[in-house]
Design a protein around this ligand. Structure first.
Ligand code: IDP
Ligand code: MG
Length: 138
């Protein structure tokens, strides 16, 4: 069993896509063991995406991530980090495979509906960024 952090980003919450994304998790043996809605401040978004701070899209990304409510979840399942990222599809929805969340719902390389951690180490850091132990079901 493995855990990962998922975010349904503000574009998707605003467009009423939370249910569609959650449906895909529940249909794929990915269990939601923590969930909260929050409207990140700009500095919370900057902290979350600190690894990207030198990238040209960083400022716009932080504006976007703090532009409205997001749904943050802890997911659990076998090999869930990789499996959830393959359900998400490539960062750029234009490169994402058919049937993936980003290919089906994203409108923009930045406003790409979902986040998923990319490795066990980053998953642990990202889960701790948003959740304390009382907020995760065991
Ligand atoms: P990932 O979300 O697929 O792991 P990362 O490379 O970690 O992709 O980038 C984090 C987020 O930054 C992306 O999900 C997307 O919202 C945004 N992003 C990545 N590359 C670009 C870009 O070239 N232009 C604009 N936004 C980008
Ligand atoms: Mg990433």
């Amino acid at each position: 069993m493995e855990r990962t952090l998922s975010i349904i980003k503000p574009d998707a919450v605003g467009r009423g896509l939370m249910g569609d994304v959650i449906k895909r998790l529940e249909s794929n043996e990915i269990h939601i063991i923590g969930m909260k809605m929050l409207h990140m401040t700009r500095s919370q978004a900057e902290g979350f995406y600190a690894v990207h701070r030198e990238r040209p899209f960083f400022s716009s990304l932080c504006d976007f991530m703090s532009s409205g409510p997001a749904l943050v979840m802890v997911l659990e399942g076998e090999d869930v980090i990789k499996r959830y990222r393959s359900l998400m599809g490539a960062t750029n929805y234009k490169d994402a495979k058919e049937g993936t969340i980003r290919r089906d719902f994203a409108t923009d390389i930045e406003k790409n509906v979902v986040h998923g951690s990319d490795a066990p180490e980053t998953a642990a850091v990202e889960i701790n960024y948003f959740f304390n132990s009382f907020e995760i079901m065991t």
